[in-house]
Design a protein. Structure first.
Length: 131
């Protein structure tokens, strides 16, 4: 069952559940990053739970072959401020996406919401420019 399916079955996640899912996801990402791979598309529907009750065991689906491969951009809601730049394919993208996923799990909302992907990316860039 994907994390997204699991989310749909529950009203909300408590902080401990979110912490467990994110910690486990980050450990899985650390493992693939150490092997020279980048996932490139971290989002709730690419995180699979071993069982409905096991939030501390996840499988990552959709892993891309390496840093020098053709960049996959993933979902706009989990895309970092550097956005959809050709060749931008690093572990930083995965970490941003994990943070955006944590926000979504805690709040039930995306970091930035709009009807169009282009507008979402503009909102992300605008937030980056504030810092």
């Amino acid at each position: 069952m994907s994390l997204l399916d699991h989310i749909d079955k529950r009203d909300k996640y408590c902080e401990n559940d979110v912490a467990m899912v994110i910690e486990t996801t980050l450990k899985a990402l650390a493992f693939i990053h150490e092997k020279g791979h980048v996932h490139g598309d971290i989002r709730p529907d690419n995180i699979y739970l071993n069982s409905e009750a096991d939030l501390d065991k996840v499988k990552l689906f959709g892993i891309s072959p390496g840093n020098d491969s053709v960049a996959r951009f993933g979902s706009v809601h989990y895309c970092p401020p550097e956005g959809r730049v050709e060749g931008e394919h690093s572990s930083k993208r995965d970490l941003w996406a994990a943070g955006a996923m944590a926000y979504f799990l805690m709040s039930g909302m995306q970091l930035f919401e709009d009807d169009s992907d282009k507008n979402v990316m503009a909102l992300v860039k605008e937030a980056e420019d504030i810092n």
